[in-house]
Design a protein around this ligand. Structure first.
Ligand SMILES: [Zn+2]
Length: 292
C-alpha cells in the first residue's frame, strides 16, 4: 500500500504540491539510510502510535492501552492542537499532558503538519525545533524525542536533520521492522478498521515472534464508527490482546528505541546533546576547557 492510499487528504491534490525533485527525494528516503541501522533485535516488540492526535485517541485509546499495561506514542503538531477537522476534534493540551503524566510518549509530527519533501533542510529543522519548543512550554517536563512524517512523506534532507535531532522517524510504509532497521524510516501498519483484519493481525504478530521483529501500528481516532483513518475500540483491543497472548511487549517508540539502543550501546541524539551540554557545563563550572 502506498502512502497515497492512506492520506487524509486528496492524494491528487497533495501530489500536485510535490515537485518531481521532492517526489524523488521521498522515494530515495525509503531506501537510503542516513544513520547506522539498528542491530538485530533480541525479541519481538509491538508499538501502537497515533498521529495528529484526535481526542478519542487520548481518551478511549490511552485507556485501552492502560488497561493492558501498554504505552503508546502520540505524534503531535502544535498547529493542529485543539482544532476540529472533518473527521475528529484534535486533543487539547490538557488531554496530552494527562497521558504524558500516565507514561505515554508524545512525539513530533512537525509544527505545521507539513508536507516534509516541500521543505529544505533549514526550514525542516526550524519547524521541528518550533514544535519541540512549543510543547516543552505547554507541558512541563516534556521533550519530544521521536518523529513521524505527516502523510508518510519523507525526504533525504529531513532524515539527515532527524539523525542529528531525533531518535527515529516513522513512515507509513507497512511491514515488519526486522534485520537491519532504518531508524529514520520505521515501517508502520495502518490501525484502520478498513485495513487490518484478524488474519493480517495474526500474521504480523506471528512473523514478529518468528523473526524478532518490531510491529509498529499507526492510527488516528478510536471510536465506534471511526473515520476511515481510525479504528474501533474493538480493533485496538484485539491488537493488544493478540500481542498479549504471544507475550510480546507493547512499548512506546521511545522504549522500543531504548531497547534497541541498549543492545547497540548507542544514545538518542537529544539525550546525547543534553549529556554533552551538561558535561560542558560541568567543565565550565570547574574552569575546564571550553568547547569551540
Ligand atoms: Zn498527520
Amino acid at each position: 500500500m502506498t502512502p497515497d492510499a492512506l492520506l487524509d487528504r486528496d492524494a491528487t491534490e497533495l501530489k500536485a504540491r510535490l515537485s518531481l525533485r521532492a517526489r524523488l527525494s521521498h522515494r530515495l528516503s525509503r531506501h537510503v539510510p542516513t544513520a547506522p541501522a539498528l542491530p538485530h533485535l533480541h525479541g519481538p516488540m509491538v508499538s501502537i502510535t497515533f498521529d495528529d492526535v484526535p481526542d478519542t485517541a487520548c481518551s478511549t485509546g490511552a485507556a485501552l492501552l492502560d488497561a493492558h499495561g501498554a504505552k503508546g506514542t502520540f505524534y503531535v503538531s502544535r498547529t493542529l492542537l485543539g482544532t476540529a477537522t472533518e473527521h475528529w476534534r484534535v486533543a487539547g493540551v490538557e488531554a496530552l499532558a494527562d497521558i504524558h503524566r500516565r507514561g505515554h510518549e508524545i512525539g513530533c509530527h512537525t509544527h505545521d503538519h507539513s508536507l516534509v519533501p516541500t521543505l529544505d533542510a533549514g526550514d525542516f529543522a526550524a519547524d521541528i525545533g518550533r514544535n519541540r519548543d512549543a510543547f516543552a512550554a505547554l507541558v512541563p517536563g516534556l521533550t519530544l524525542e521521536n518523529f513521524a512524517f505527516p502523510y508518510g512523506y519523507a525526504s533525504l534532507a529531513a532524515k539527515r536533520v532527524l539523525s542529528r535531532t531525533y531518535g527515529s522517524g516513522r513512515s507509513i510504509v507497512p511491514g515488519l521492522n526486522t534485520g537491519r532497521i532504518d531508524r529514520y524510516f520505521l515501517r508502520a501498519n495502518p490501525l484502520f478498521d478498513r485495513c487490518l483484519d484478524a488474519g493480517l493481525l495474526a500474521r504480523l504478530m506471528d512473523e514478529a515472534v518468528a523473526r524478532n521483529g518490531w510491529v509498529v501500528f499507526f492510527g488516528h481516532d478510536v471510536a465506534e464508527g471511526a473515520s476511515p483513518y481510525g479504528c474501533s475500540p474493538g480493533l485496538l483491543e484485539a491488537t493488544l490482546s493478540a500481542a498479549g497472548r504471544r507475550g510480546i511487549p507493547v512499548v512506546s517508540i521511545a522504549e522500543g528505541m531504548a531497547r534497541a539502543r541498549g543492545i547497540a550501546g548507542e544514545r538518542c541524539p537529544i539525550e546525547e546533546a543534553s549529556r554533552q551540554s551538561s558535561e560542558t557545563s560541568v567543565r565550565l563550572a570547574e574552569g575546564g576547557p571550553r568547547d569551540p
